[in-house]
Design a protein around this ligand. Structure first.
Ligand SMILES: Nc1ncnc2c1ncn2[C@@H]1O[C@H](COP(=O)(O)OP(=O)(O)OP(=O)(O)O)[C@@H](O)[C@H]1O
Ligand SMILES: [Mg+2]
Length: 343
């Protein structure tokens, strides 16, 4: 943790989905999409969130915005407990915390003009009316680098990058403090990705936004983030300053993820050692005991079977990793009867 003012805070956060149930049948098990996440997002920072497909990034992002119900743990936004938030206070959270979606084709209504789309949050939150509303829409379009003259046009008249700008303008309409960008550049052409990434960076600085930037593109995450969090099977397993996590990762899983990213310099690229993980990612419906990464970890040793490692300070200031290689700290695994296994 960098010690700044925390805007979003999760402790032991869980989103478990029932599986295998049906009409009048009890669920056969649970899918642990988010499974004990501890995370503090500092006001004004861009936090990158990376990890393999299915590790729970989107579910965590949605949970932080109260778009999926949590099944355990605590969650606060600007000091307010979000669990059980309803009515007017939930609506206020919706204004202050928003989402930029992956697919600007799917997330914009083809029958609504740009002005209608961008002004929707203004209407929902009763922020501007009449001519004020049109002025605000023009301001928002300019802010995201679009000509205010396009306000009367429809989504199909725009390129993917322009559509994503419209999506960003809508997300900014209510003057939020916090934005979750879930794979916000993934569906764009490579040449356009950098432009939208730079736009997000500029907006973050200009408006003092706090961003959670979810992506499987590690190069993009390293480019835009102040800090990076790495997720594996529903848990944050490493977090720290982008530079430290990107160049000196302390968790074997992060090391493997990074070793797969090509390096820009030809000499460095020739020397790059690829760590190939063996085995498949376990199902989030059958999370291994002890360290959840142990079934694929090249350094697995005795305590990994039994003790679930906690995040602990290691490496650079502010860097934390959940790995027994740095000392055995964590919760002993329990047997199904609730008896503590050998510590
Ligand atoms: N509504 C749901 N009901 C049941 N299971 C779900 C639901 N939403 C997500 N999951 C499961 O939760 C796990 C985490 O999914 P999630 O979409 O959060 O992963 P992700 O890291 O965002 O993946 P990707 O990189 O592919 O977007 C997956 O196993 C997924 O199938
Ligand atoms: Mg996702």
């Amino acid at each position: 943790m960098s010690g700044g003012d925390v805007l979003v805070s999760a402790r032991g956060l869980e989103v478990h989905f029932p599986i295998g149930g049906g009409f009048r049948r009890k669920p056969a098990g649970v899918l642990r999409a988010v499974d004990g996440v501890d995370l503090d997002i500092v006001r004004g920072e861009t936090l990158g969130l990376v990890g393999e497909s299915g590790c729970g990034k989107s579910t965590l992002g949605n949970a932080l915005l109260r778009l999926v119900p949590t099944t355990g743990g605590t969650l606060t936004f600007d000091g307010t407990d979000l669990t059980g938030l309803q009515g007017r206070r939930l609506k206020e959270l919706r204004r202050r915390a928003g989402m930029v979606f992956q697919d600007p084709f799917a997330s914009l209504d083809p029958r609504r003009t740009v002005a209608q789309t961008v002004s929707e949050p203004l209407e929902v939150h009763g922020l501007r009316t009449g001519r004020d509303k049109a002025t605000r829409v023009a301001e928002l379009l300019e802010l995201v680098g679009l000509d205010p003259g396009v306000a009367g046009r429809y989504p199909h008249e725009f390129s993917g990058g322009q559509r994503q700008r419209v999506g960003i303008a809508r997300a900014l309409a209510g003057e939020p403090d916090f934005l979750v960008c879930d794979e916000a550049i993934a569906s764009l052409d490579v040449s356009v990705q950098a432009q939208v990434l730079n736009l997000l960076r500029r907006l973050q600085r200009q408006l003092g936004l706090t961003l959670l930037f979810i992506s499987h593109d590690l190069s993009a995450v390293r480019h835009i983030s102040d800090r990076i969090a790495v997720m594996y099977l529903g848990r944050v397993v490493e977090i720290g300053p982008a530079e430290a996590v990107g160049t000196d990762p302390q968790m074997p899983y992060t090391q493997a993820l990074l070793s797969a990213v090509p390096l820009p310099h030809p000499k460095l690229e020739r020397e790059r050692k690829r760590i190939v993980l063996t085995g498949d990612v376990p199902s989030p419906a059958a999370v291994p005991s002890g360290c959840r990464f142990r079934t694929r970890c090249p350094y697995v040793f005795e305590p990994c079977d039994d003790v679930d490692p906690a995040l602990q300070p290691v490496g650079a200031p502010g860097q934390q990793a959940a790995c027994h290689l740095h000392g055995v700290v964590g919760t002993p695994a329990t047997t199904p009867e609730g008896v503590t296994a050998t510590p």
